[in-house]
Design a protein around this ligand. Structure first.
Ligand code: PGA
Length: 253
């Protein structure tokens, strides 16, 4: 049996390219909400890099983790505009999202690149969340499971991840920012297939790795999604920008 039942679900808020200094108030409100009413879930916020350091001061001592949305695989060097895993950690991040479909699609990130970024995250002591997900064309062609299990195998540096904390986020590309979600049966089928691969690759550890669902999660659908077998948390985009919505999703866990 999966150990998920004994692990707190992870509620991760991906702010994407949103948030100026004034948005730190939302992080303050999340911290205050958690303080008043500690959720059963583990919370994490992934603000833009420009806010990581300031948010680390806002969240100091609070049970809300902080992460980056991407990193470069190299430690440092002539890579204009990029941020390394070490730099994220130095700014106060403890986690990092890798292989988000907006990076895979917008920047041509391959499974191999996501794998090397995941290794970089571990090197810097960051807990990675590795994202995978099929396009609408791939789903309509009946290839969703084949695509996501292939991405998972290609994106995980198995040897490096052995014994390390990490999670996987299943985010159907067509469900991101669209208000559309798969059926609960489709979410369950996808997560079961991913669980099978994780157990095959990692044995007992693979049975405990949290598999998050992402794509149009909101306070209304969160409880249903989180109740599906093998759903160990959610990766929330738009609905994570407002503390009240993010806290309501956490309360649904
Ligand atoms: P969304 O984004 O919740 O706005 O659909 C999810 C994500 O991209 O992680």
């Amino acid at each position: 049996m999966s150990k998920l039942t004994t692990v707190r679900p992870l509620i991760a808020g991906n702010w994407k390219m949103n948030g100026l200094a004034a948005a730190l108030d939302e992080a303050r409100a999340v911290a205050a909400g958690v303080d008043n009413n500690p959720p059963a879930a583990r919370l994490a916020i992934f603000p833009p890099d420009t806010l990581i350091h300031r948010m680390s001061e806002v969240l100091a001592g609070q049970p809300v983790a902080l992460g980056g949305q991407d990193c470069r695989a190299e430690v440092s060097g002539a890579y204009t505009g990029d941020t390394s895993a070490e730099m994220l950690a130095d700014a106060g991040a403890a986690m990092v999202i890798l292989g988000h479909s907006e990076r895979r699609g917008g920047y041509g990130e391959t499974d191999a690149l996501v794998r090397s970024k995941t290794e970089a995250a571990l090197r810097a002591g960051l807990e990675p969340i590795v994202c995978i997900g099929e396009s609408l064309e791939q789903r309509d062609a009946g290839k969703a499971i084949e695509v996501i299990t292939g991405q998972l195998r290609g994106s995980l540096p198995v040897e490096a991840l052995k014994g390390e904390a990490f999670s996987v986020a299943y985010e159907p590309v067509w469900a991101i920012g669209t208000g559309r979600t798969p059926t609960m049966a489709d979410i369950e089928a996808a997560h079961e297939a991913l669980r099978g691969v994780l157990v095959e690759l990692f044995g007992e550890q693979g049975a405990a790795v949290q598999i998050l669902y992402g794509g149009s999660v909101n306070p209304k659908n969160a409880a249903d999604i989180l109740a599906q077998k093998e759903v160990g948390g959610v990766l929330v985009g738009g609905a994570s920008l407002k503390a009240a919505d993010f806290l309501a999703i956490a309360a649904a866990a």
